[in-house]
Design a protein around this ligand. Structure first.
Ligand SMILES: Cc1cc2nc3c(=O)[nH]c(=O)nc-3n(C[C@H](O)[C@H](O)[C@H](O)COP(=O)(O)OP(=O)(O)OC[C@H]3O[C@@H](n4cnc5c(N)ncnc54)[C@H](O)[C@@H]3O)c2cc1C
Ligand code: SF4
Length: 527
């Protein structure tokens, strides 16, 4: 016997994209909304200080129980599954994509155009920034286009970054403060950032995390939130292609099936678990998975890779003071010259080679004052951490498939993710890396200093794709607003719908897209 639960809208997943989507829908409609989340409710404002203390003292994960035992994917970047999703851990950094990101093919003959423009997304970027409370500094208009000001003024730059800005800008490359969902002023009941540098778990609430939205919506009685309920598949109506119900298991009582019935189903389960759910929902009419007539579910998985450089700079800095703050330049995300080379550029103060140590440069043990003397001498100059994420053009073969061998504890096949470079990416890789290195060298040549180390960033950061959007049902999974081409009442929102991953942190873009989907759905729901 299955238990049946009904609502107007059932949202699957309770990460940041779901938080944005549901917040808007709850404000603009009277629809009944249930959010179904496989992970636990790990948020508890009263526990934050104690968890943070253990994180500081012992480097313990400040979010215990943030995963589901046995629910993982080969190739996944992070296993975090809980109410709030990955953004319980996030750094809160919120740059927008640049206008070029939406027209890569038209502009450069490389990659794919999106079915929407930057200017169409701009109001939803603004809305996401307002909901999260983003503090930012307006960069030069040609590299940092926006219709309205940031909701909050920038947080004052730390002393270290003020010095590093002066150092880096001797190269003629403009840098400005990286925007972040961390409050520079008290805002909507949340506290101002105290620069305490433990942003993995923020003690003041200055950093936005999705639990704030869910707590507000629960307090207002506007949603139901069913945690520890993992949705296993979507079942179609017998006489149409609409979804009739979602089958979930209660992790506290796995024997009992729960059927969620709704007029609209919204999958907001992130880049990995959204395509996974569609593939696991295969039936005789859709043997390759739901929404997959085009064969594009689980395809075009993408993200961006990067290069890090640690540079000794001729500046006296104070290592470890508000290291989460950073500078940004979007100059190389705009079109320069004919060749397609795009990357961002960030700068942090770093304690690389600047930590106190017990041995000298020859490995000999030091005692007493020698430790302090050696440290003082070594930290007479500071270290800058430069990083550029570069574009990885998605390939259809870059995919998520179902494992033929591995299942979760309830017998469902687990995902396998394999990122594969497209020919475009392969052809451009050497020139892209050389260009990034030459920009790093330019900064060092102009400002002084020397390279200490370089590290490539091999994983695909801010992963996305897998259910890409498009106007053509033959080449995409969802329409430009997130509705699946194949099922009238099934929407996929945010992260999996991206056409390409840009070359900077993606979560603000994932969230803006989710808000745009909510706006499109609003007219169909009870007002
Ligand atoms: C340490 C860290 C730092 C980061 N810092 C930044 C940053 O500074 N800036 C930035 O832009 N990005 C950052 N990110 C990335 C960012 O956190 C993610 O891009 C974002 O949170 C993704 O949100 P989402 O809603 O798409 O997915 P998720 O957060 O993965 O949420 C999806 C939710 O759906 C649930 N779910 C999945 N399948 C099912 C199912 N079948 N049934 C029920 N529930 C299900 C999951 O449990 C999960 O809670 C960071 C990530 C990490 C780990
Ligand atoms: S620096 Fe401290 S107060 Fe500011 S966002 Fe990070 S954890 Fe919160």
């Amino acid at each position: 016997m299955a238990t049946t639960i009904e609502a107007d809208v059932v949202v699957i997943g309770a990460g940041i994209t779901a938080a944005m989507f549901v917040e808007r829908l709850a404000e603009t409609t009277d629809a009944t909304i249930i959010v179904v989340e496989g992970g636990d409710r790990i948020f508890n404002l009263d526990d934050r200080f104690a968890e943070r203390e253990r994180f500081l003292n012992y480097r313990e994960n400040p979010w215990p129980n943030d995963h589901i035992d046995g629910q993982t994917a080969d190739g996944i970047l992070s296993r975090s599954m809980s109410v709030g999703g990955l953004a319980m851990h996030w750094g809160g950094v919120t740059p927008r994509f640049s206008p070029e990101d939406f027209h890569l093919n038209s502009l450069y003959g490389v990659g794919y155009d999106w079915p929407l423009t930057y200017d169409e997304l701009d109001p939803f970027y603004q809305e996401a920034e307002e909901r999260m409370g983003v503090a930012g500094e307006q960069g030069p208009a040609e590299y940092d286009r926006r219709a309205k000001d940031y909701p909050l003024p920038p947080t004052p730059l730390s002393y270290n970054l003020t010095r590093l800005k002066g150092w880096a800008e001797k190269s003629g490359i403009p840098f400005w403060q990286t925007p972040a969902a961390k409050l520079s002023e008290p805002y909507r009941g949340r506290n101002v950032c105290m620069r305490c540098d433990t942003c993995n778990i923020c003690p003041t609430g200055a950093k936005y995390s999705p639990d704030f939205s869910f707590i507000n919506l629960l307090d207002a009685g506007r949603i139901d939130l069913h945690s520890r309920r993992l949705v296993r598949k979507l079942v179609l109506q017998a006489d149409s292609d609409g979804v009739e119900y979602a089958v979930a298991l209660d992790r506290d009582n796995p024997e009992e099936e729960i059927h969620y019935r709704a007029s609209t189903f919204v999958v907001a389960a992130g880049y990995c678990w959204s395509p996974h759910l569609l593939l696991n929902s295969a039936n005789s009419r859709y043997p390759d998975g739901l929404a997959n007539r085009s064969g594009n579910v689980g395809k075009y998985m993408t993200g961006h890779r990067g290069i890090n450089r640690f540079v000794e700079v001729p500046e006296k800095l104070y290592p470890g003071v508000y290291t989460e703050q950073s500078l940004l330049s979007k100059r190389f995300q705009a079109k320069e010259g004919d060749q397609y080379i795009r990357h961002d550029m960030r700068i942090w103060e770093s304690d690389f080679a600047r930590r106190a140590q017990l041995t000298d440069s020859e490995g000999k043990l030091m005692l007493g004052d020698a430790i302090l003397d050696e440290w003082r001498e070594r930290s007479a100059t500071g270290v800058a951490h430069l990083r550029s994420y570069y574009d990885v053009i998605p390939a259809k073969e870059s995919s998520l498939t179902l494992s033929s061998t591995d299942t979760n504890p309830w017998g469902d096949p687990l995902p396998v993710i394999r990122f594969v470079d497209s020919d475009w990416t392969r052809d451009l890789l050497d020139d892209t890396k050389a260009s990034i290195r030459s920009k790093f060298d330019e900064i060092i040549a102009a400002g002084g200093g020397r390279s200490l180390a370089e590290r490539e960033y091999p994983t695909h950061d801010h992963p996305c794709g897998g259910c890409r959007m498009g106007a053509d049902p033959a080449t995409s999974v969802v329409d430009p607003f997130g509705r699946t081409h194949d099922h009238q009442n099934l929407w996929i929102v945010g992260t999996p719908t991206l056409v390409s991953a840009g070359c900077n942190n993606g979560t603000l873009t994932f969230s803006a897209l989710a808000l745009r989907s909510a706006a499109a759905l609003t007219d169909e729901l009870p007002a």
